[in-house]
Unconditional design. Structure first.
Lengths: 448, 177
């Protein structure tokens, strides 16, 4: 297949904005791929007391799969049939349409607000019957997935993302990351509390405000259990680090030393927080043990800036930004201590480093000839690939499966969020309905 | 208005000028005597000079206050060096602070939006410290100066343009109390 990138300037709106939702972020696919795999998500059957299910489950699944950049779900009006059970799927009919896989399903309301969902993923290139010893035998090889699950009214939409995760994993072999959330900061200078910290579903749906302030909010970061966030707040006139539990609202001051208190990030086990403090003279990296409240200083470079710590996936080393060589570059130091080793050499400025989940690559902000883009560097070879073509890109954050990077950029004179696939081939913009958006942070996996 | 009154009013303003006034008013009195002997009648009168008299100290205070009304110094892109053109401004603030050790100042360090927000928070602090170092070099006590960095979070102009950026790369002196 010829891999050719198509520019699609006509926005494809994917967020289903219902009357009850208050979606502050829309999703606009700007660059797509014509090698995205053709699939079909047939509308699910509905059996219940109301005329409609709480949400159109198949539409949400199709939107998730499209937003991954890997799939091109067929439009409803082009479907050759609309089966709701796998036994009714005519494999040849779909094969002739060029479709590789078909999703069918049914939602039943078992009691008020309780639902049973059955769904199947069908590989149309398998056959339903095989010739064995001269006999035609029915087999189920064509069923890539055949599942029954249960959910409730409040969890219905998030459960739908889990169904999409299962389908994505069956089709790609990689775990899906649709049942996740994004944290971000909005800035709307027309309101008194201009700075607001939100979390929303990975498709921008159902934004929940966690904190609002007249002063800046920076650097939100998720605890690995997905139930709390640390961030920087200027509510007392300077940078301080807070830790807030999402579902109880409990909020604790973590660090308010003289100087800057910046760039918190939880260790993979959630027991420690790496952060930047300038209490001892200039910005250095520290590790705070959240149980003992003890700080361990990780860097000692009195004339340079050290900031933006990031844990390696194994928790055994820290990546950080330092301008000890004159310009910001990424360095790595074992958590046991020792001499930091420089890891980036391409371009005049490399900062905001993130490890991919496999620990083999870095996602970072690169400046070359004054232009800031999100880039990916292979750690072993040092090869760097620019992923984005947007303007003044910053704050990259990876989906927990490493498939997509969300970041902040300037688009038509406003700061917005955007996302790019980790191979740089698929691009999305996520403009807010008003104000500006910055500091995105993709959650870890939220369900096991 | 008598000479005595003139002298009194000068005493009230400044003793140094009074000395000068005494010697010259005597000469002035002799001149007016001579004038009365001319054919046409003329009168020279000397009103009290009520123009506020500014001392050198007052003049310096005034100039200093005028200079100190400017509280912002600007920086080059990705740089925290205080420019030579900002030195006079900081010298004026340093002169004031060293004369008023009870007064303290917050130096706010700011950046433009280019580059990462976290690195810029550190760069804003470095700019603030550069300004603090200059103030100290002009005799200010370090305890009078506190540095707060806002990074790129508090732009003077929130537009995403080159001209906004040049106004956002700054340090602002904010007097406390």
């Amino acid at each position: 297949m010829i891999k050719r990138k198509l520019k699609c300037w006509l926005a494809v709106l994917l967020v289903a904005v219902t009357s009850t939702s208050r979606a502050e972020i829309e999703i606009v696919i700007t660059d797509w791929l014509n090698d995205a795999r053709p699939i079909a998500v047939v509308p699910f059957a509905w059996q219940g007391t109301s005329a409609q299910p709480p949400f159109d489950m198949s539409a949400i699944i199709a939107a998730d799969l499209r937003r991954s950049g890997r799939f091109d779900p067929m439009a409803f009006n082009e479907m050759p049939q609309t089966p709701t059970h796998h036994s009714d799927v005519d494999l040849d009919m779909w094969k002739k349409k060029g479709i590789e896989a078909v999703v069918v399903g049914k939602v039943q309301e078992t009691s008020v607000g309780q639902y049973t969902v059955s769904y199947a993923l069908i590989d149309v290139f398998k056959s339903k019957q095989v010739l064995e010893g001269g006999e035609l035998i029915t087999n189920n090889d064509y069923l890539m997935l055949n599942r029954v699950g249960r959910t409730t009214r409040p969890s219905f939409r998030f459960y739908t993302h889990q169904v999409a995760d299962n389908i994505y994993q069956a089709l790609t072999g990689e775990r899906g990351a649709f049942a996740t959330r994004i944290a971000y900061v909005t800035v709307d200078r027309s309101v008194k509390k201009s700075f607001q910290l939100f979390i929303a579903d990975s498709d921008g749906y159902d934004p929940k405000r966690l904190f609002s302030s007249e002063e800046a909010i920076m650097s939100p970061t998720w605890a690995p259990d997905g139930r709390s966030l640390a961030y920087v707040s200027f509510e007392n006139g300077r940078s301080e680090i807070y830790h807030q539990k999402i579902y109880t609202g409990e909020r604790n001051l973590i660090a308010a030393f003289p100087g800057i208190n910046s760039a918190p990030v939880f260790s993979p086990d959630g027991n420690k927080l790496a952060l930047t403090l300038s209490k001892d003279g200039n910005p250095e990296i520290y590790i705070l043990d959240l149980q003992t409240r003890r700080y361990k200083r990780m860097t000692n470079s009195p004339y340079s800036i050290e900031t933006e710590p990031e844990w390696s996936p194994d928790g055994q080393s820290l990546l950080f930004t330092s301008d000890r060589g004159g310009r910001p570059q990424l360095y790595r130091v074992p958590i046991t201590g020792g001499r930091p080793e420089r890891v980036t050499f391409s371009g005049e400025y490399n900062a905001s480093g993130n490890f991919t989940p496999d620990g083999k690559s870095l996602i970072l902000v690169n400046r070359t000839n004054g232009v800031y883009h999100i880039a990916k560097q292979d750690i072993a070879s040092g090869d760097m690939q620019i992923l984005t073509d947007t303007h003044l890109d910053e704050s990259p954050s990876l989906a927990p499966n490493g498939s997509m990077v969300i970041y902040a950029t300037i688009h038509r004179g406003r700061q917005v969020l955007a996302a790019v696939s980790a191979d740089g081939r698929f691009k999305i913009k996520l403009p807010a309905t008003r104000g500006e958006v910055r500091a995105p942070a993709w959650s870890p996996y939220l369900v096991q | 208005m008598s000479i005595k009154q003139l002298g009194k009013s000068l005493i009230l303003t400044l003793p140094a000028l009074f000395m000068v006034a005494c010697s010259t008013t005597n000469d002035g009195a002799e001149d007016s005597q001579q004038n009365t002997e001319t054919s046409t009648e003329t009168t020279v009168e000397t009103p009290v000079d009520t123009t506020p008299q500014e001392t050198e100290a007052d003049r310096l205070e005034r100039i200093n206050a005028e200079t100190r009304a400017q509280r912002t110094v600007y920086f080059e892109f990705d740089d925290s060096t205080v420019s030579t053109s900002s030195q006079d401004l900081l010298k004026a603030h340093a002169w004031f602070l060293s004369k008023n050790p009870g007064i303290s100042v917050v130096v706010e360090g700011h950046c433009d939006e280019r580059g990462t927000p976290e690195y810029n928070l550190a760069l804003g602090e470095r700019r603030g410290k550069s300004v603090k170092d200059v103030l100290i070099s002009y005799g200010v006590n370090a305890s009078q100066v506190r540095v707060v960095s806002y990074g790129e979070e508090k732009p003077a102009n929130p537009a995403h343009t080159e001209s906004a950026w040049s106004k956002n790369r700054r340090a602002v002196l904010d007097y406390e109390g």
